[in-house]
Design a protein around this ligand. Structure first.
Ligand code: DC
Length: 227
């Protein structure tokens, strides 16, 4: 917690573990700017594929990234990436991006390119008058904001996750992406030490949000009564 009360919530977890719905609900409840870093890796993947760049050629990736221009658009309490003047939306959830995003995300060149951009969203949240920032991804509590006020790790059994994606009408190899994301050398998907693990397999979205909110509220209450 920072002296002016601004706080950062890091939420990590595997594919379709319920991060986005949970984070959106928490952002509304606590007045936080929501950042889905998976959408950033997806937008970069989409742009690189459009430029004809292949993840098996890291030098070509690095050269293409050097020419990419990033901005941010805040709408509906959420910070979307503007990439070379566009904000790709539905296209970043399609099968082509699903099939390639883990390969691009495993490249240190791509992770380095996004590191400061992701951290700078704390400034975007402050400048926008938000009470804090809630950021979801794979390495938020371990690499991007290891000192976040709150760090959570969401889990759910793979069957439940496949059903959730199917209900959203998406084709996605959840377990294959998790395998690639967990085994890569650069900032792998891990539950950071000290993070609170929440298993949502048998919980509704409301129950997950309630559980996390109680933890946040308890600490916010402690801070306000101690000072
Ligand atoms: O959360 P998602 O399924 O939309 O994320 C898409 C991919 O992006 C995921 O398979 C791995 C990558 N990713 C990452 O490597 N690090 C993050 N902080 C967020 C996503």
């Amino acid at each position: 917690m920072q002296s002016d009360g601004f706080f950062i919530v890091a939420v990590d977890g595997g594919a379709a573990s319920g991060k986005s719905s949970t984070c959106r609900a928490l952002s509304a409840r606590f007045g936080l700017l929501h950042v889905d870093t998976g959408s950033y890796y997806r937008a970069i993947t989409h742009r690189l594929l459009n430029l004809g760049v292949d993840p098996s050629e890291p030098h070509a990736v690095e050269a293409a990234l050097a020419r990419i221009d990033l901005g941010t658009r805040v709408a509906d309490r959420s910070a979307a990436m503007v990439i070379d003047g566009n904000t790709p939306e539905d296209e970043i959830r399609g099968p082509e991006v699903n099939a390639n995003v883990s390969a691009f995300a495993a490249l240190p060149e791509v992770r380095a390119f996004l590191l400061e951009y992701q951290r700078s969203q704390a400034r975007t949240a402050r400048d926008g008058g938000f009470a804090g920032l809630i950021m979801e991804g794979r390495d938020i509590g371990s690499v991007i904001f290891p000192d976040a006020s709150f760090r959570f790790f969401l889990m759910a059994d793979p069957k439940a996750r496949v059903q959730r994606r199917a209900a959203q009408g998406q084709t996605d190899s959840i377990q294959e992406r998790d395998r690639l994301d967990s085994q890569r050398k650069s900032s792998p998907l891990v539950c950071p030490e000290g993070a609170v693990q929440v298993d949502s397999t048998h919980l509704t979205l409301e129950e997950v949000v309630e559980k996390i909110s109680e933890i946040i509220e308890a600490r916010l209450g402690e801070t306000s009564s101690s000072g």
